[in-house]
Design a protein around this ligand. Structure first.
Ligand code: GDP
Ligand code: CA
Length: 306
């Protein structure tokens, strides 16, 4: 499964409820990665780790449950960099990761160690071990992802998304094997531009999808033409010209065989089919464990029906 952070992690939880977790590989966006206070932060990898380990704060929607913010309060009181919200529990993980990276370990190795420490059976792989960073070109300037998303609250309209380092970036160890050996490839209901886009910007990942011999099924992150959270709809409007399920499909033409869309978007089925993609209509709001699992099963059924 190709995935970003929070939306993707929700779907992944449903998936590992529906199938053997050890049979699942998550290929995770690293375009959001950022250095804060000297620490290497990988927000999407961490969302996936926390979600699968049952440590995520479901209400806040990001970070860890039962979080406290003492370290950040100290940073702020000392005039340090405090725009990126790092909680105390979260900080512990960034310390461990940063030390391992500084010792020369690749991100994939570090992530595997964290996954094992948390007792997870699912393989969690960064899309690449090399630096790949998402940039947004806007009428107000060009910004690295977190500056645009967090510091500027993603309010600048996006004219273009760029992936610095993508041309040179090779897939992390295990990524191509997972894609070649999979029975099914899934694309999570993550933001197509800034969560899945950076993964697909790694040329050999994109070509593995283009040449797939197994079905690839994506889940739309929009319900009734609106994002459940975040800038997906406004980006689709500006970059693809609309927010229908067909506009979501356009992001993945040639890469997917089916798109799971919400009942609220059922009117778009013909427009999705016209792009050569089979629409699967179901309820896609993952409000609880049962809904997450039902959505994962709908995506898995897409294959059985194909
Ligand atoms: P991020 O990396 O943390 O921003 O998270 P993702 O890119 O993985 O997920 C963000 C996307 O998830 C947004 O576009 C949301 O619309 C979508 N999303 C969140 N919850 C749900 C849900 O319950 N159902 C669906 N279909 N999409 C969701
Ligand atoms: Ca993200």
């Amino acid at each position: 499964m190709l995935t970003g952070g929070v939306g993707g992690a929700r779907f992944l939880r449903g998936l590992v409820d529906a199938v053997d977790p050890a049979g699942v590989t998550a290929i995770v966006n690293v375009g959001d990665d950022v250095e804060v206070l000297g620490l290497a932060v990988s927000p999407d990898l961490d969302s996936v780790l926390y979600a699968l380990a049952g440590l995520a704060d479901d209400e806040r929607g990001w970070g860890r449950a039962e979080e406290t913010w003492n370290a950040l309060a100290t940073v702020e009181s000392l005039g340090g960099e405090a725009w990126f919200r790092l909680g105390d529990r979260d900080l512990g993980l960034h310390l461990v990761r940063t030390q391992a990276l500084r010792a020369g370990k690749p991100l994939s190795t570090v992530t595997a160690a964290l996954t094992a420490s948390l007792g997870l059976e699912t393989a969690i792989l960064p899309a690449t071990d090399e630096p790949l960073r998402t940039w947004l070109d806007t009428p107000n300037g060009s910004f690295p992802f977190q500056e645009w998303f967090v510091a500027r609250s993603h309010r600048d309209p996006v004219d273009r998304v760029r992936f610095e380092g993508a041309v040179e970036a090779r897939p992390a160890p295990g990524v191509l094997d997972a894609l070649h050996e999979a029975d099914l490839i899934l694309i999570a209901p993550s933001n197509p531009f800034v969560s899945i886009g950076p993964v697909l910007a790694v040329e050999r990942i994109r070509s593995a999808l283009e040449r797939r011999r197994v079905p690839c099924v994506a889940v739309s992150p929009l319900i009734g033409g609106r994002a459940v959270k975040g800038p997906a709809a406004s980006m689709l409007m500006r970059l693809n010209g609309g927010t229908s399920a067909a506009h979501v499909t356009q992001c993945y033409v040639g890469l997917i065989d089916a798109l799971v869309i919400d009942e609220a978007d059922a009117a778009d089925v013909d427009a999705v089919s016209a792009l050569g993609v089979r629409p699967i209509v179901t309820r896609t709001l993952m409000r609880n464990a049962a809904a997450r699992r039902q959505l994962a099963e709908a995506a898995l059924d897409a294959v059985a029906l194909a």
